[in-house]
Design a binder for this molecule. Sequence first.
Ligand code: ZN
Length: 348
Amino acid sequence: MKTLLPTSTAGSLPKPAWLAQPEVLWSPWKLEGQALVDGKQDALRVSLHEQLLAGVDIVSDGEQTRQHFVTTFIEHLDGVDFENRKTVKIRDRYDASVPTVVGPISRQKPVFVADAKFLRQQTRQPIKWALPGPMTMVDTLYDDHYKSREKLAWEFAKVLNQEAKELEAAGVDIIQFDEPAFNVFFDEVNDWGIACLERAIEGLKCETAVHICYGYGIKANTDWKKTLGSQWRQYEQVLPKLQKSNIDIISLECHNSRVPVELLSLVRGKKVMVGAIDVATDTIETPEEVAATLREALRYVDADKLYPCTNCGMAPLARDVARGKLNALSAGAEIVRKEILSTPLPDA
Ligand SMILES: [Zn+2]
């Protein structure tokens, strides 16, 4: 990456109203058949265009072709029955009706590879592709086959690895695994969560990232955050082991959150995607607010390893709000970039 402080988003961006109902998760598609296929590609083009206009350096598909960051991937796997649904508590937080694992997990065909090739054709900018992490996948299902969260996660890691290798071959520069569950199940993360993540990236030559956040700005998450006290120290439980892992980049929530910024020092040596945009509010940050968050992070992350980012996905936000936040991210990063470049180097 040549640019200093290259900007990116955590992944998802709002979909156009003609494709899916805006401002909700799991929004049903408004098109069918070939019109849906074409509509998703058009939405991907628009989403990319908006990122480029805003000056985002590492671009994504805005997750325009998926209904949800976890379920869309799982829908393409064998071994999961979507008709057979059970209610489970996701991340110990809210009830959701989820599909059931009824047999061995396997991936008969690629899930996102055609989409990634399509994105690759549209731009020369570096591209990042998000996949769900194994532990977060396990947490979004009822398991009636393996009856072990660890075993099921390991099977998911294997199919994620197959997908990741094909994404790499399609020209993806950074493959990111979304693991919000890492902020909840600390013992499991350290026992097998990180090991599964390393299985998912086995043999990859492209860069790899893990995104750990406090979730979308939906009510179940904001209610949960109210119970976490004045300092959110969850990252303290998982960052030391991630620092020793083979993952290249750690994507964390920082802006407007109660995460003590000094916790970033726990992943010293890794690249850090620093969340400098709050996705749980419609208020658009000023470039100066973004810059202030990045300056704080720079006390604990080396400048050449700091990647300004959003706290989480922006799928549930209004499009003009998301657009404003992308612009603020770029402008804030530019302020700090200039400061770094104008500061004389200390004497060697
Ligand atoms: Zn997130």
